[in-house]
Design a protein around this ligand. Sequence first.
Ligand SMILES: [Mn+2]
Length: 137
Amino acid sequence: MPTPSMEDYIEQIYILIEAKGYARVSDIAEALQVHPSSVTKMVQKLDKDDYLNYEKYRGLILTPKGKKIGKRLVYRHELLEQFLEIIGVDKENIYTDVEGIEHHLSWNSIDRIGDLVQYFEEEPKRIAELKESQQSN
Ligand SMILES: [Mn+2]
């Protein structure tokens, strides 16, 4: 199992590769607001654990294992954003709150939150009802 910090890197590398086709150490450093030397260190660890292949001057690619986990981590982040939005959390808090909780929930909880989001989305009336009940609080 990747640590929370490893998860942040895999998630960000996955997003960069999806968006641009590649992920450079400098792009990862900028996205995660860390020093490039920390990125190099982590990327070497992720390589050793078989999440990616890193060659110093050729860049890096995710292994099938890294891709699979990256996809799940991005899904988890987006799901939690959707969840907080549905329950009425203010827009400006959503990203930071998701970054704070995403690593600390079991996949069991994530799946149940997924059910709940689906429950609301398949019937927009339910979201409206929730909003009404919040207004009376
Ligand atoms: Mn995230």
